[in-house]
Write a new protein. Structure first.
Length: 603
């Protein structure tokens, strides 16, 4: 990390770096006058932005000048890397930052336009100078050109600038239906373009299914080259289907606002959308003075941000109605659909991320125990070789009785303290019998797949309550999900006491971290382990006492939970119960019930 001799604002910047999420998005470097001097995109915002302020001597002269000028950093979280690419382009055009390379011709990403004519055409363009309906932009020009080729092969339509009154060569080779010579009716031609519009909007499931059937048919006839060509078209269509959800040119000029709040603070995100592109995005924190509702806060904040951003929008997309916002000032859309709904969801992700950043920053700077907690976490970071300070730590533990009533618990520690609002309970769904590895794999996969799909911030450290086997299992789940959450393990001795902290070294091998039992870091890890064990056990006991568990055994007529419980305790799993003889079952639960169970599985 650079020092104050290079940038006098480094203390503030270092604090900001610790709160930036590990999510895809766009970052903006701000100078002392509040101007945006650089805009960049990143797959991992935390890692990318932090890289500017380390290994200063190895940086280029331009980067050194940039680093010396930065006073603050602003980030916007997005759903995908494609969204980050599009937003970066929009912000560079808006702010024209000093340190960004600018294109001399100021070209934009290309669009497809369906012209507003009696017999429409499909045109490739970079400008909004044609009357019609625009689709895009497309950051990958190659995919767009190939998409045009696919559409050309799927549909017939005119490409001539001026319609004549007789068929041309395009009709002869099957690329146009010749509406000019009335060989294709106007209704049929318009129906073709309705299909093209649905495809461009992403509603092309029927088209994909039809192409797949054509591919299979060609393969059955041993026409492998034709099948491979169709497969290429399917792949391109599917790649196109996964394009950006942030931008849609049908959304002409709107504001998007979302809010989250707690007892003391409210957090608001405001986004400006112009011709479908995000041209302005900012998140603010407001300290509540009275017991204001979210609607009361938005009634004040929305007009202020609308004026501050010099917005010309006549529509604002909100998560709920704001009664004190005059409709003649801004039309409210509170139950958005389609692309407007996606924009509101993006704004919501940003405000939730901003809330976590603010809480993180307060945890680092406020309270008597904050400096001590930070030092403790910095020591843990150094011991495990973590890329970031482990402000958010999650730990999992399983609980069952010989495989019966299997559950798991997860606890989260924020700034070294339990964050009980983030604790989670899991019922094991896919594992039969006492298999701790499979149970742990299931809940870790469920937890982080959901966070990843929702775009929610991930923890800085995952701790598994177990040794090498559990760590390798967790690592496998991370690889499957494409995530890079650091993993540590807590191993126990023969007396079931924590005695080792394990980590993956630079070669991917598991190494023991030397910590004394009297070390404060060791006590923190022990506290986390005890807390997750207590939480999982409590959940298990609650479920068992309430009798809310069901197994395949309780589905047998005449077999209740008590009998099922006795069988599972004796034999370990439902599968083992199925393998028992009638005599074994009789010994366990008596002849009458044994006959019910045995007959159920053997008749």
């Amino acid at each position: 990390m650079i020092d104050a001799s290079i940038n006098p604002n480094i203390e503030h910047i270092a604090l900001r770096l610790k709160t930036i999420p590990e999510s895809p998005g766009v970052y903006q470097h701000i100078d002392s006058e509040g101007k945006v001097i650089y805009v960049g995109k990143a797959r991992n915002l935390q890692r990318r932005v932090s890289s500017y302020f380390s290994h200063y001597d190895d940086k280029s002269a331009k980067i050194k000048m940039l680093v010396r000028s930065v006073c603050d950093i602003r980030v916007t979280v997005v759903a995908t890397e494609v969204d980050a690419l599009l937003l970066e382009n929009s912000l560079i055009k808006r702010y024209q930052p000093r340190y960004n390379s600018m294109l001399k011709d100021d070209k934009s990403y290309p669009y497809l336009c369906i012209t507003d004519e009696e017999y429409p055409r499909l045109l490739y363009t970079r400008r909004h100078n044609i009357r019609g309906q625009y689709y895009g932009p497309y950051p990958n020009g190659r995919i767009l050109r190939e998409l045009q080729d696919i559409i050309r092969q799927l549909f017939t339509y005119r490409t001539c600038n001026v319609m004549g009154n007789r068929p041309c060569m395009k009709y002869q080779i099957g690329l146009c239906g010749a509406p000019c010579a009335e060989k294709q009716s106007k209704e049929e031609y318009q129906a073709t373009f309705e299909s093209i519009k649905r495809l461009l909007k992403g509603d092309f499931g029927d088209i994909l299914n039809e192409m797949k059937q054509q591919m299979y048919a060609a393969a059955e006839k041993l026409q492998f080259e034709k099948a491979e060509a169709i497969k290429g078209k399917i792949r391109l269509l599917e790649e196109y289907q996964g394009r950006s959800t942030v931008v849609d040119t049908n959304v002409k000029d709107v504001d998007v606002v979302s809010i989250v709040s707690d007892e003391r603070y409210a957090y608001v995100n405001f986004m400006r959308i112009k011709h479908g592109a995000i041209i302005y995005s900012i998140s603010n924190e407001a300290k509540k003075q009275l017991d204001e509702s979210d609607a009361d806060i938005l009634a004040t904040v929305v007009p202020a941000l609308h004026e501050q951003s010099k917005s010309t929008a006549a529509e604002v997309i909100l998560p709920f109605a704001v009664p004190d916002l005059p409709e003649e000032y801004l039309k409210q859309t509170t139950e958005p659909r389609g692309d407007r709904r996606k924009l509101l969801e993006l704004s919501q992700r940003n405000v939730e991320s901003y809330q976590k950043q603010c809480r993180h920053q307060r945890a680092l700077t406020q309270g008597d125990a904050a400096p001590q907690a930070v030092k403790l976490l910095e020591r843990l970071q150094k011991a495990l070789g973590l890329p970031t300070l482990p402000m958010e730590i999650e730990c999992f533990d399983n609980s069952n009785i010989q495989g019966a009533y299997p559950v798991a618990g997860m606890v989260r520690f924020t700034a070294g303290k339990p964050n009980r609002n983030e604790y989670r309970k899991f019922n094991i769904k896919s594992v039969e019998g006492p298999d701790d590895y499979a149970s742990m794999a299931e809940v870790i996969e469920r937890r982080y797949r959901r966070l990843h799909e929702d775009g929610s911030p991930l923890p800085n450290l995952l701790i598994v309550d177990g040794g090498e086997g559990q760590m390798h299992m967790a690592q496998g789940v991370m690889h499957e999900l494409g995530l890079s959450i650091p993993i540590a393990g807590l191993a126990k001795d023969d007396r079931h006491r924590t005695n080792e902290l394990l980590r993956f070294d630079n070669h991917g091998e598991i190494a023991v971290v030397g910590l004394k039992p009297t070390d404060a870091v060791f006590h923190l890890l022990e506290q986390i382990q005890n807390e997750v064990h207590r939480f999982a056990i409590t959940f298990h006991k609650d479920k068992r006492s309430k009798g809310t568990f069901r197994t395949a055994l309780t589905d047998i007529p005449g077999i209740g939970e008590k009998t099922a419980h006795e069988l599972l305790l004796r034999f370990g799993s439902v599968k083992q119960v199925q393998l028992q003889t009638l005599d074994d079952l009789t010994t366990a639960i008596g002849p009458a019930k044994a006959a019910l169970v045995y007959n159920h599985y053997h008749q």
